[in-house]
Design a protein around this ligand. Structure first.
Ligand SMILES: C[S@@+](CC[C@H](N)C(=O)[O-])C[C@H]1O[C@@H](n2cnc3c(N)ncnc32)[C@H](O)[C@@H]1O
Length: 247
């Protein structure tokens, strides 16, 4: 995998929040309850940051065990200790090491794939696919859960993704992008359209290998929509069966 860029600690600090709550949390619980009836499982939370999501799963499922992996020192440090939680400060670039020595039933990678940024859009897309391939190769991992933001274009489906990547990774525009609200200014971010995410998952895990839950459309100011060629933005959860045979 190409060397990944990392956000500054100030930028990472903005991730010190709880993302999975309300209907997002309910969607996760529905899948777990259906597929792990006994509530006994081990999960790996890649990019688990401050640990709020991991802690909530551990509290809800007292027979579960967690491994949290994140390369942000400032977020790892604020994690609460728990005898059922192993905390690892490292990058997803070394994922293979951890999957080969730990048995994991569910991998969560929530709002992380779009941060696996290298110098070019092409390399960045490769990073996303290579990470998914590592998980795919571990067939003892039963499910992969992914929350992502879907940026869908007006005429050209994935154009917002390319525009946002170019603008946020263009260092001279860092201050301007920051003022426009891009937390990833100067580093880059790779949001994809829903069709693009689905084509990646179809190709790697097989058509019909996942279920998707879509959440409400975001209110995006018209000027931003026009500037970035955005038709709609919404969040989706993909619950992928890692053992399905590709069609
Ligand atoms: C938007 S936050 C999501 C946090 C968490 N998954 C959640 O849903 O609450 C992105 C997280 O990915 C982590 N991250 C980004 N690049 C990473 C990498 N190469 N290896 C491990 N973690 C990474 C960041 O440090 C941050 O905690």
């Amino acid at each position: 995998m190409d060397k990944l860029k990392q956000l500054s600690s100030d930028q990472l600090e903005s991730f010190n929040t709880e993302y999975v709550n309300g209907e997002l949390w309910d969607a996760v619980v529905n899948f777990i309850d259906r597929d792990f009836i006994t509530g006994e499982f081990t999960f790996l939370d890649i990019g688990g940051g401050n640990g709020m999501f991991t802690d909530r799963i551990l509290a809800h499922y007292p027979k579960s065990h967690a491994i949290l992996l994140d390369n942000a020192k400032n977020l790892i440090e604020i994690n609460k200790e728990n005898p059922r939680k192993k905390i690892i400060l490292d990058s997803v670039e070394n994922l293979e090491t951890y999957l080969s020595v730990n048995h994991v039933d569910i991998v969560f990678i929530n709002w992380v794939l779009h941060h696996l940024v290298s110098n070019t859009y092409r390399q960045t897309r490769q990073n996303i696919e290579n990470t998914l391939k590592v998980i795919r190769s571990h067939r003892d991992v039963h499910y992969l859960a992914i929350f992502e933001n879907m940026y869908n274009g007006i005429w050209f489906d994935n154009l917002p993704s390319r525009l946002i990547f170019q603008l946020t990774s263009f260092k001279p525009a860092k201050m301007l992008m920051k003022r426009m609200g891009a937390n990833t200014a100067g580093v880059g971010v790779s949001f994809l359209s829903m069709k693009k995410w689905m084509s990646i998952f179809d190709a790697l895990f097989g058509r019909g290998s996942y279920q998707r839950v879509d959440f409400g459309l975001w209110n995006v100011p018209l000027i931003r929509k026009l500037f970035l060629h955005i038709k709609t933005i919404h969040m989706s959860l993909f619950w992928i069966n890692n053992n399905s045979s590709p069609e």
